[in-house]
Design a protein around this ligand. Sequence first.
Ligand SMILES: Cc1cc2nc3c(=O)[nH]c(=O)nc-3n(C[C@H](O)[C@H](O)[C@H](O)COP(=O)(O)OP(=O)(O)OC[C@H]3O[C@@H](n4cnc5c(N)ncnc54)[C@H](O)[C@@H]3O)c2cc1C
Length: 434
Amino acid sequence: MRILIAGAGIAGLTAALSLHAAGLDDIRLVDAAPEIRPLGAGINLLPNAVRELAALGLDEAVGASAVSTTELVYFSRHGEVIWREPRGRAAGHRWPQLSVHRGKLQMVLLAAVEERLGGQRVRADARVTDFRLLPTGRVQVNLAHRTGGTTTTEADALIGADGIRSGVRRVLYPGEGPPVWQRQVVWRGIAKIPPFADNRSMFIGGDRTWKVVAYPIAPRPDAAGLVDTNWAVARTFGPDEVVDRAEWDRVVDPAKLLAALDGWVFGPLDVASLVTAAKAPFEQAMVDRDPLPRWTFGPVTLIGDAAHAMCPMGSNGTTQAIVDARALAAAVAGHPEVDTAFTAYERERLDRMTLLQNCNRALGPEVVVAMADRASSVTRPGPSASALDRELAEVSRRYAELGGFDVAMANTDSSYSVRRRPGPGRPTPQETGS
Ligand SMILES: Cc1cc2nc3c(=O)[nH]c(=O)nc-3n(C[C@H](O)[C@H](O)[C@H](O)COP(=O)(O)OP(=O)(O)OC[C@H]3O[C@@H](n4cnc5c(N)ncnc54)[C@H](O)[C@@H]3O)c2cc1C
């Protein structure tokens, strides 16, 4: 059975490795990028995603260039600690939480695909523009290339892992339009600064309008004693504010942010110094996608951002893309027909992802910053400190459960390590490995 994966990002490459580990070997990937290069900035992998990478034998390779995060601290804009919680191993997880450069993660996955599946499996400069089901039951896929030319290819199944602007999704939902703007602008950058705290902490702080996120993505300082530190600053616009979005999607001078962030200090971290140390911060609209009623249409399905792109709250975008890929491969291994496998995958994942998308639109776990800001601004007696603490703890607990990374759920072995049996029958659970 030939499986074509649109997109060689995190979801697509993990799907290829997981399908291969499940016993399938006729797998091809196409990607719109002219070449697969280590692009992006920092991302976080929660323990439930690291468990799946461990099942593929890749946790150590990814971990080698990542930070094993030990703590998450929320601050008010005035620098008071609102909430702090241990993360990853420090919180009792079997697998760590990893903060890593997206491009480094992608290159580890790509190298594993080339080594395990063989070279020539990933074709760059091939954008999926259209597809149709043939009377034979196969899928014919149209690809566009930078030369302006087009080609077609055929497969028994098509997996749309082609991100928030997915071409596969556009064919399935032609009237949907562009991603949905969430009335926020976000600036992102990487700054080389002296390590803050224990060089394993993630700091998030702000108020109801401005939010700052900062965490290191290099496990140790360079020769100059500096550490690559990922940051993002988001500004929320009120419903009546008029916003000119025409100038976004560009590199900006970080000085642009200084008026808003001047004097912000989170414990050992001076926010203004962090932001101004970044080389080329990028300014863009914060967008996501509406939840979909279904991802699977016969032998075609969606995974990762193509299925459920969500606002970047709570470190879940990449984490859930990895879990999707593993769940999909396990479903394919467990069903003789690809259509029923894709439907089973959707049944397992769609409802939870819809809840997560909606939760992230309501700020996800980072709502604690807004809650604390609101509590500090009420003039009549607000909630007592201990009542607020209980509320914040409950937000954190519910979100971990929703994302599948609370200790009880994430400490069990991966249930997605299965191998396809020749012919009909149930898959055999197996030890980890490729
Ligand atoms: C260049 C880049 C940089 C990013 N940087 C960050 C970051 O710094 N921080 C962060 O939180 N998230 C970042 N993201 C998004 C993040 O990778 C995803 O939210 C998450 O990892 C889910 O991964 P995904 O594989 O579903 O989507 P993606 O990682 O977006 O991968 C989608 C892949 O599909 C390819 N593609 C797109 N359209 C087509 C098409 N029509 N046909 C074939 N291929 C197509 C893209 O080239 C890409 O390789 C970035 C994504 C990209 C593509």
